[in-house]
Write a protein that binds this ligand. Structure first.
Ligand code: MN
Length: 482
């Protein structure tokens, strides 16, 4: 897709510091995801009169780490401010944050992130980073703001440490926004600050202006894919207004991920509406050079440095190095395997093409992938020795990913005959459907749950089932029986 009209996108990313055991201003447990609503609360989380906030030192250290990794300038003094607004998810009617104005400054500012777009390097500037508290969570019974008759509030999330990362409007297309976010998330993952796979741990507000018209803000987008979708939708919407001779008005819109449209939410507040002032309960905190240096020493190797090292140490080109490194678990697997197998280019190729494709196809969480570096090394060695063909290796890959089969013994036991007769396979799938009605129900509701059914078919066929065909038949059956 090309956008001949100039598009300017700036992102505001909220990430929870999920590495912390307690909230930002009290000792209440931070891991709220498996808890009953409104059970992780103390007077500070609820902002009760007389309750005093106390800053979590580790949260500041994580913020400093992120600031360093994003090449930011760090403020010598951290001054917490109250940002006032009235919304049901805010118990105190103010959020403790920082402010870029008189009396306060963000904890970090003026940074940048390097990305590669179509082989060309590009810089996205980081305007600022704030360390702030998360508000509560609003629950819509139907899952959508548009169709729910009422909403419920869970304050367990209230007070969770949050980093607000704001970019300059340097991003020029939805795809660039995705590339930037993938890089940012990789950096955060390397730092161990946050686990963005957790529900609500990563939320994006996107500011977009088309053809230098008014800036529209899209609130609360929950995934990288949805950021790309929401921006694409919004560009088309604004373009069509402009083409009809209208003007785009400044407003805040809501991304409805179920209907995949943006809808108007409210007229945007201006900064002065928030009535910021320094929080009198929280004295300023000095961030000394020595403290920053001490934190820097503890920082792990970051993506850019690792890409550079992969190029030097393994002789990979930048593209392959980048695909590996931005998937940290894959890069770790590569380095383990590389200890026992020295055709690095071939190893990298198998990992970033066939291996990664099957992980995505099965939608498996990387932590659940059964394949170990040894599995991959064995496969490649058999291939080098001519004991299996490239085609066989390709066919074995899904079994390695999903079941961690030992290639050597598998080939010995089964010879290599694949079950790809559609009607025979369909019979097996139907059998599995009858045996596991609950798994079928699950798979209807959650596409990820399809794994279990694929696994059951594999078991029944002793791993001979053609995985792609199996997935297709399962999906067809799931739809036809609805
Ligand atoms: Mn914020």
């Amino acid at each position: 897709m090309s956008f001949e009209i100039p598009v300017k996108i700036g992102l505001e990313i909220h990430v929870q510091i999920t590495a912390l055991k307690t909230k930002l201003f009290c000792a209440t447990k931070a891991d709220y995801r498996s808890e009953e609503p409104n059970t992780l609360l103390c007077p500070t989380c609820l902002g009760l009169p007389g309750a005093l906030p106390k800053v979590n030192k580790k949260a500041i250290e994580y913020a400093i780490m992120v600031a360093k990794a994003l090449n930011c300038r760090i403020a010598p003094k951290l001054i917490f401010c109250r940002k006032h607004y009235f919304y049901p998810d805010m118990v105190k009617n103010y959020q403790i944050s920082q402010y870029d104005g008189p009396g306060s400054t963000p904890i970090a500012s003026n940074g940048f992130v390097r990305i590669i777009v179509d082989g060309k390097p590009k810089i996205v500037r980081i305007r600022r980073i704030n360390l702030e508290e998360d508000p509560g969570r609003i629950h819509y019974p139907t899952g959508s703001l548009l169709t729910s008759k009422y909403s419920l509030v869970d304050y367990n999330r209230s007070g969770i440490a949050l980093l607000e990362i704001v970019t300059e409007p340097d991003i020029e297309s939805p795809r660039e926004a995705r590339i930037f976010l993938e890089k940012l998330i990789a950096i955060l993952e390397y730092l161990g600050v946050t686990d963005t796979r957790l529900e609500g741990a990563f939320r994006v507000d996107a500011n977009i202006s088309v053809a230098d018209q008014a800036r529209v803000e899209i609130k609360n987008i929950g995934s990288i894919k949805d950021v790309e979708r929401a921006l694409t939708y919004e560009i088309l919407r604004q373009k069509s207004i402009i083409q009809k001779g209208g003007t785009v008005s400044r407003e805040t819109r809501h991304w409805d991920s179920s209907s995949k449209v943006t809808v108007p939410l409210r007229i945007k507040e201006f900064e002065e509406d928030y009535r910021y002032f320094p929080d009198p309960d929280l004295p300023p905190i000095t961030i000394s050079k020595e403290w920053i240096e001490e934190i820097e020493k503890r920082m792990p190797e970051l993506p850019d440095a690792r890409i550079e090292r992969f190029v030097k140490q393994y002789g990979l080109d930048e593209y392959r190095a980048q695909v590996l490194v931005l998937n940290k678990w894959l890069a770790d697997l590569f380095e383990e395997a590389a200890k026992e197998y020295n055709n690095y280019k071939s190893l990298a190729d198998w990992l970033i093409t066939d291996f990664l494709r099957w992980v995505k196809e099965f939608n498996v969480d990387p932590s659940r992938v059964k394949a170990t570096p040894k599995h991959i090394v064995k496969l490649l060695k058999l291939l080098d020795e001519g004991l299996i063909s490239v085609r066989m290796a390709k066919e074995l890959m899904p079994k390695i990913v999903l079941e961690g089969v030992d290639v050597e013994s598998f080939v010995k036991q089964h010879g290599f005959s694949k079950l790809s007769d559609e009607s025979e396979l369909r019979r097996v799938v139907e059998e599995v459907f009858r045996e596991y009605p609950r798994a079928v129900e699950d798979a209807r509701r959650n596409p990820k749950a399809i794994n279990f059914l694929v696994g059951a078919v594999m078991k029944k066929t002793k791993g001979r089932a053609d995985p792609q065909l199996t997935i297709r038949i399962i999906r067809e059956l799931l739809q036809s029986q609805q």
